[in-house]
Design a binder for this molecule. Structure first.
Ligand SMILES: C[S@@+](CC[C@H](N)C(=O)[O-])C[C@H]1O[C@@H](n2cnc3c(N)ncnc32)[C@H](O)[C@@H]1O
Length: 305
């Protein structure tokens, strides 16, 4: 899972051709982009389904939605955007008279917009507040609040589970020691602590030494794994027969959840879905060359029976 700093660059949606091949957008179809982000995949789905395909774009980040609105404005009333969490996608779409869907896309993780915006606190590369909340309007705790209260033992588990961090114990001990003298409030402060906790000879070669810690905190702050499980269960209920679900993930834990969920549905009697990808589809070498953030992307798809 080396390098799940991945994600998407706004201009270059990850696994775009592969996503379109799974979703097969067509005129008249109705699509849900459950993680519309900056609208890159959504734009392509709307173009492919012209002139009459429609798309509902959802995101829990209101700031990202404002950017998506600009990008997708050209499609007029073929597109509608909704602020909300995909673990409630049925209710959110139903309120707008949108269900059911012929295709649903999840492109998980954070967007380049979130990562590049220092004030959001997602990146160890930029000095900013330790926030990391995707939805700043909600009642979630920020990373700073989480780090102020979590026990050392829980922090070790969090770093091991969500970050697959070998040095979890040392990092957690450093954090707990530091917060006894001063609160952890900035990304740079946390990145420095992690760098000091991990012996120099053990620093990873391809990624920043704090990558895994930041990733683990982001996943915990946003409760990403539980929401993914609920989001998938919601999605399958609102697909038409023959409708397709396509999920792009960047983390081995996410991929495991997706794989097991899709396979579980395919094994039901009668099956709920037909698998379209026995193995996950990854990026081509060309895509990774052009967009290194795509390197850990995995795509899985299924069709509703
Ligand atoms: C990788 S970006 C999507 C990029 C998009 N496909 C594009 O082409 O621009 C992931 C987006 O998912 C959103 N997101 C993550 N978890 C979410 C959830 N549980 N509900 C709704 N949106 C979520 C994030 O706020 C982020 O904007």
């Amino acid at each position: 899972m080396e390098g799940d700093v991945t994600i998407e660059t706004g201009h270059r949606p990850v696994l775009l051709e592969e996503t379109l091949a799974i979703l097969q957008p067509r005129p008249g179809g109705r699509y849900l982009d459950a993680t519309v982000g900056l609208g890159g995949h959504a734009e392509a789905i709307l173009m492919e389904s012209a002139p009459s395909g429609r798309l509902c774009g959802m995101d829990r980040d209101a700031e990202a939605l404002a950017l998506a609105r600009n990008r997708l404005g050209q499609f007029g009333d073929r597109v509608e955007l909704a602020h909300g969490d995909f673990d409630r996608l049925g209710a959110i779409a139903a309120e707008r008279g949108w269900i059911p869907f012929d295709g649903i896309l999840f492109d998980l993780g954070v967007s380049s917009f979130q990562l590049d915006n220092a004030s959001r606190g997602f990146s160890f590369m930029r000095e900013g507040p330790l926030d990391m909340r995707m939805d700043r309007r909600g009642d979630q705790r920020s990373a700073a609040e989480l780090l102020a209260r979590i026990s050392e033992r829980e922090l070790v588990t969090l770093l091991q589970e969500y970050g697959e961090e070998r040095w979890a114990r040392r990092i957690a001990a450093r954090i707990v020691q530091e917060r006894q003298t001063q609160p952890l409030t900035s990304t740079a402060q946390l990145a420095r602590l992690v760098a000091a906790a991990v012996p120099r000879r053990a620093w990873p070669r391809r990624i920043h030494v704090a990558t895994r810690t930041f990733q683990a905190l982001r996943i915990a702050v946003n409760d990403e794994m539980a929401r993914l499980m609920r989001g998938l269960q919601e999605a399958v209920q609102w697909l038409t027969t023959g409708g397709r679900i396509c999920v792009i993930s960047f983390h081995s834990l996410e991929d495991r959840i997706i794989k097991e969920t899709l396979r579980g549905w395919a094994r039901l009697e009668p099956p709920r879905v037909r698998l379209l990808t026995k193995r996950p589809i990854g990026p081509t070498d060309q895509e990774v060359d052009a967009n290194p953030r795509a390197r850990s992307a995995k795509l899985r798809g299924a069709e509703r029976c």
